[in-house]
Design a protein around this ligand. Sequence first.
Ligand code: PLP
Length: 388
Amino acid sequence: MINIPFGDLKLHYQAYKSDFDTAVQRVLASGYYILGPELERFEKEFANWLGAEYVVGCASGTEAIYLALAAAGVGPQDEVIVVAHTAVPTISGISMTGATPIFVDIDPKTYVMDVAAIEARITPKTKAIVPVHLYGQMVDMEPLMKLAAKHGIVVMEDCAQSTGAAYGGRKSGTLTEFGAFSFYPSKNLGAFGDGGAVTCKTKENYDKLIKLRNYGSSKRYYHESIGINSRLDEIQAAILACQIPYLHEWNERRRQIAKRYSEGLKDVVVVPQESENRHHVYHLYVIQTDNRDELQNFLLEEKGIQTIIHYPVPAHLQNAYAHLGYKPGNLPNTEYAAKRILSLPMQPELTDSQVDEIIDGIRQYFKTANTSANSVTETNSPVTGVAR
Ligand SMILES: Cc1ncc(COP(=O)(O)O)c(C=O)c1O
């Protein structure tokens, strides 16, 4: 029996029921369901909250990635540098443009793109770099942006897991030309269905995005470019807008939970590391251990605690991308992490006593299992700051 599920979105609805019910009822009664005032309001309020120039709502995070890259002019002849240690939808969004993903390894301490690995993969075909701010922590953006500027390459941040995360005080999605957000229900800002958004800095790109998401049209029945249907509907826009005032508080609660986990677990597993100058918002709280599968089974079978692996098979080893020719061993830090990582329950509604129960369950595993607590300060990753 599951005692503590990985996430329980009903709790989120129940805690803010009157906000959600009011928002949904208002839209149902309005007669406007697509591209109306709720979307306009959400786009403005989310842009203000982020400190972004423009926000364009769309139907999912995957399509946000596609739309941003398409607006940047990325197409079938191009290469896009990205990590394989991400949700595969990052790569789906790139593939939708026809471009080829070029995979680079991660920094083993933060699990995000190893910026030092990028330059060796730049070719005359490289059109874009997609830093993925995974688990709620941002990529080391300053050197990445310098490198991109030096080579004239567009940068599009994948912010699906980093709503509210910051680098040098600037929120994810506002540092580069484009940012792509997902509002999948479990995200730090989640809809009750699918949703996404693109941030951009210039009116020119904003105009392109507005058309791209709506059949290439900004005036009804007149189509200036080839586009798709990828819109954030009025109900989801209203649901998202009513959560913006709480977002900071929820992210702070995630940080408190992470602190509690780390204090209780740092001597038995590898706990997440927050890099200086980066504000982590813990979309996921991910530990690392040699005995990952056994620990996961123990937690579920003996304690009823559900955990998840984000992600068990890196993109470069997925069947869908076998044609790209990557082999096991090509991205050692990525592959090493994939075998050892485990995400613990994380949502703002988790109580301190539930967090303590999870900590106790993990500690009990290391006490009873015939295993020593392992490599708790270093990741032991095969490539740590040496040649790649
Ligand atoms: C890092 C990352 N990128 C992209 C996506 C795609 O978002 P969506 O599920 O809204 O299409 C997700 C979410 O699944 C994600 O976690």
